[in-house]
Design a protein. Structure first.
Length: 72
């Protein structure tokens, strides 16, 4: 029975593994969430800026559709 190999204590900790360090994992997930929301909001604002309101002063409105219509 004593001849079995027990390798439980021989694992090397990887410093880049976020599962081993809980504060590092929560910081990573917070930053991932924050920058995800930031990029989403920024892209939405940029899309609204690209399709912004353009002046319609050059459009001719027929006289009979105005508030005080003038008929022929």
């Amino acid at each position: 029975m004593e001849m079995q190999n027990n390798h439980e204590g021989q694992d090397l900790d990887n410093q880049a593994d976020i599962e081993l360090n809980k504060p590092s994992k929560s910081r990573f997930l917070f930053l991932l969430f924050f920058f995800g929301i930031f990029i989403f909001a920024w892209s939405g604002c940029f899309k609204l800026y690209q399709n912004s309101y353009e002046s319609n002063k050059d459009i001719e409105v027929p006289e009979h559709t105005k508030y005080d219509p003038k008929y022929k």
